[in-house]
Design a protein around this ligand. Structure first.
Ligand code: THU
Length: 160
């Protein structure tokens, strides 16, 4: 028997420790929560993607009365970024959320499994690690790559 241990390296920063671009991304992700369409869960998630061309694109969760037809903020944002700029890598994806009280979550927001899979695909299609920033008022997690969020993920190699 063998053991395989995959660990994840997370840097935790307080808001005061963010550089200018990081501050801009957090502000954009937070702001995007105010344009969420979340009448069912009232959990408003925003995401901001920093592209390799320096542009920041944002998105948010879009719910539907047929619940599974809705989409999370991360996928809305990445699909928009990748459809608008199919050849431009996504350098960083920053995510923030407000809970049903309307306040930003204290703990960093954790992306769902389907979003992690889409994040991994985005990283692979550009052959470029995508940094992930998960915002919480208690601190912001910085994760170097989407791969770290889905260490035993399904990838293109599995199809062959
Ligand atoms: N949601 C996101 O948009 N991103 C996440 O990382 C977690 C969950 C959305 C989906 C749904 O609209 C609401 O939050 C509650 O699950």
């Amino acid at each position: 028997m063998k053991e395989i241990i995959k660990s994840v390296h997370i840097t935790l920063k307080e808001e005061g420790e963010l550089n200018e671009v990081e501050q801009e991304l957090v502000a954009a992700a937070k702001e995007a929560t105010f344009r969420s369409y979340a009448p069912y869960s009232r959990f408003c998630v925003g995401a901001a993607a920093l592209l390799d061309n320096g542009e920041i694109v944002t998105g948010n969760n879009q719910e539907n009365c047929a619940y599974p037809s809705g989409l999370c903020a991360e996928r809305t944002t990445l699909f928009y970024a990748n459809s608008r700029y199919p050849d431009v890598p996504v350098r960083t994806l920053c995510i923030a959320a407000r809970d049903t009280s309307g306040s930003f979550t204290k703990e960093p927001i954790s992306p769902c499994g389907a979003c992690r899979q889409v994040m991994l695909e985005t990283e692979h299609r550009f052959g470029h690690p995508m940094q992930v920033m998960l915002f919480g008022t208690n601190g912001i997690y910085f994760i170097d790559s989407a791969q770290d969020l889905l260490p035993v993920g399904f990838d293109q190699d599995s199809l062959v």
